[in-house]
Write a new protein. Sequence first.
Length: 91
Amino acid sequence: MTNPGFHDGNALAGPLSEIFALDVTTARRRCPGCGREATVAALRVYDSGPAAVARCPGCEQVALRVARHGGTLWLDFGNGGALRFRVADGV
Ligand SMILES: [Zn+2]
C-alpha cells in the first residue's frame, strides 16, 4: 500500500495529550470577531442551557461550547467543528 501523504488522527495523540494535560483555562485565544486576545478563563460562560456557551468578553461572539451527555463530552469550536470525547459516565 502506498503512503497517501497524510496520517490519521492518531498522529495527534501525543500533541493533544500535552495540550489537554495542562490547565486549558490558561490558554489564550484571539477573537475573530473583535480581535481581542484573552485567556479561556476570561471568557464569559453561560451555562443555563444544555451546553455551556463561552463568549468573547469583548464582543460576545461564541468562542466555545461544551456539552456533556452521560459518558460523552462535546467541545464545539464553531463553524461546524466539534470534538467528541468518551468520559466517565454520570458526573
Ligand atoms: Zn470578540
